[in-house]
Design a protein around this ligand. Structure first.
Ligand SMILES: C[S@@+](CC[C@H](N)C(=O)[O-])C[C@H]1O[C@@H](n2cnc3c(N)ncnc32)[C@H](O)[C@@H]1O
Length: 377
């Protein structure tokens, strides 16, 4: 597919290049921030599965450079619109009060951002980049050391002495197209990301991670609900509606009393964890699935009860986020007048498909048309 044609078919791919983002994924994080105000008061962040680095760029622009992107850009837009309506005398109830001016944005002090990926990532100023596998136990001491240079790597501690406010994970395996397998591998990445988050998050912190909405994803929500007060599934406008991808946004980390993060015993697996508030506010349900004649699976939940916690199911609220007037990620869009197709900002440094493409190119034919660096995250 030529670059111009790709620009037309994927508005976020084109916009990413125009705005200097390394990948179109940047818009997913920006749209999540519009809805959840992810960066308020945040200075310490871990960005898991970060290459080629567009989420790290978002972190850098907001926290290090103090740029008005994400939530603040949305507030600016809203403020201008309220002022316009006010001037036009169309602001109805809002007439009584002056619209709140948007939040001030400035570079923050003592920012610490650690980015990790299997792939090498081109450097970004102010960001510590680690090349590591998030599913491997040796990554924990690496991360703890990167967060705190005084960390003693020979100790067996898995807890950060200076914990972080926010852990992000946009991890995705190389998709095979076999949905069950892809969903399984993705869930292993998510599990690893969650366990790293449990080691480094401070109470009150936030965890945001990519999920593939598979059959038993509600069990995951219930597990997350044990350690986070808020658990919401969000679908940013820039994430294709046709894809099973979504993001889980978990707020207010509140580890149960006596909880210690451990890779050997992740999330208390094998033993029962107390709900942090000590009560049984999570609905305990016995779900059953029925396949209807029309092919639709009905999920029926049992009633709330004071069970022993063995069958906890909890359905997380689902939220579409990002301005609904923004580009539809599944549609083709007309290119603006005089459009010039730009090269990607940061081609992948060592894509796993490099060898396959080189081999195909040697063989010539249609396959030779795909260029390295044409594939955005
Ligand atoms: C969709 S991309 C992330 C895009 C990134 N958030 C950005 O904005 O540029 C998914 C990344 O997950 C990484 N990944 C997959 N499995 C991993 C693992 N086990 N450990 C670390 N990174 C992994 C891949 O190398 C890939 O770079």
């Amino acid at each position: 597919m030529g670059k111009s044609s790709k620009d037309k078919r994927d508005a976020y791919y084109r916009l990413a290049k125009e705005q200097g983002w390394r990948a179109r994924s940047a818009f997913k994080l920006l749209q999540l921030d519009e809805e959840f105000n992810l960066f308020e008061g945040v200075t310490r962040v871990v960005d898991l599965c970060a290459a080629p680095g567009s989420w790290s760029q978002v972190l850098s622009r907001i926290l290090i450079q103090g740029q008005r992107v994400g939530r603040i850009a949305w507030e600016d837009k809203r403020y201008k619109e309220l002022l316009r309506l006010r001037e036009a005398g169309q602001d109805g109830d809002e007439a009584a009060s002056e619209p709140e001016p948007p939040t001030e944005a400035k570079p923050r002090k003592n920012v610490k951002i650690v980015a990790i990926d299997l792939q090498p990532m081109s450097p970004l100023e102010g960001i510590t980049c680690l090349k590591a596998d998030i599913t491997h136990p040796t990554t924990i001491p690496l991360l703890l050391k990167a967060l705190d240079p005084d960390y003693d790597s020979s100790s067996s501690s898995t807890e950060a002495s200076h914990p972080v406010d926010l852990v992000l994970s946009d991890g995705a395996p190389d998709v095979t197209g076999l949905h069950d397998l892809d969903i399984y591998v993705q869930s292993q990445l998510l599990w690893a990301a969650l366990n790293l988050a449990l080691c480094v998050l401070k109470p009150g912190g936030t965890f945001v991670a990519k999920i593939f909405r598979g059959k038993d994803v509600d069990l995951l929500y219930a597990q997350l609900k044990i350690v986070f007060e808020g658990v919401t599934v969000a679908k940013p406008r820039s994430s294709r509606a046709s894809s099973v991808e979504a993001f889980i946004v978990c707020t207010n980390f509140r580890p149960p009393k006596g909880f210690r993060a451990s890779l050997d015993n992740p999330l208390g697996a094998g033993r029962k964890l107390e709900h942090p508030s000590g009560d049984a506010k999570i609905p305990r349900t016995q779900p059953s699935r029925t396949l209807r004649d029309d092919g639709i699976t009905e999920l029926e939940l049992g009633s709330e009860s004071e069970g022993d916690g063995e069958d906890i199911r909890w359905i997380a609220p689902f939220l579409a986020c990002g301005d609904l007037s923004a580009f539809d990620a599944d549609a083709s869009h007309k290119l603006p007048e005089g459009h010039v197709s730009l090269d990607p900002v940061q081609p992948p440094t060592a894509p796993p498909y490099r060898r396959a493409l080189e081999e195909r190119k040697k063989m010539g034919g249609a396959y030779g048309k795909t260029k390295l660096g044409d594939v955005p995250a």
